[in-house]
Design a protein around this ligand. Sequence first.
Ligand code: SF4
Length: 102
Amino acid sequence: MKASIYNRQYRGTDRPERSVPRVTTRDVVEFAKAQLGGNVDDATLARRLDACRRCDRREGGDPVEGAYCNACVCPKWRFAKLGKKARKRLAPCPPGRWPKPD
Ligand code: SF4
């Protein structure tokens, strides 16, 4: 049996930890729904970002400047920055800390 490049590279050693989170088909579908589901208004965005500023799951500086939510499984890329994520109507706050819509 022919070994894969991955197996040859790490033969005889422990494989390294995965450097990116495992992304499932469901995660991809949820992401697509959030991207296509429209935006919230400015007042809702401000309330969401206020919640993120007070949240212990926020990773990084100010949400508007590009902090991330570490309660999500999203990779840390430009679409997952809190300033962008909070703008999307269907984007989730996993612990439910965002205020309810009016
Ligand atoms: S999305 Fe929710 S869990 Fe994530 S940083 Fe904002 S308030 Fe916290």
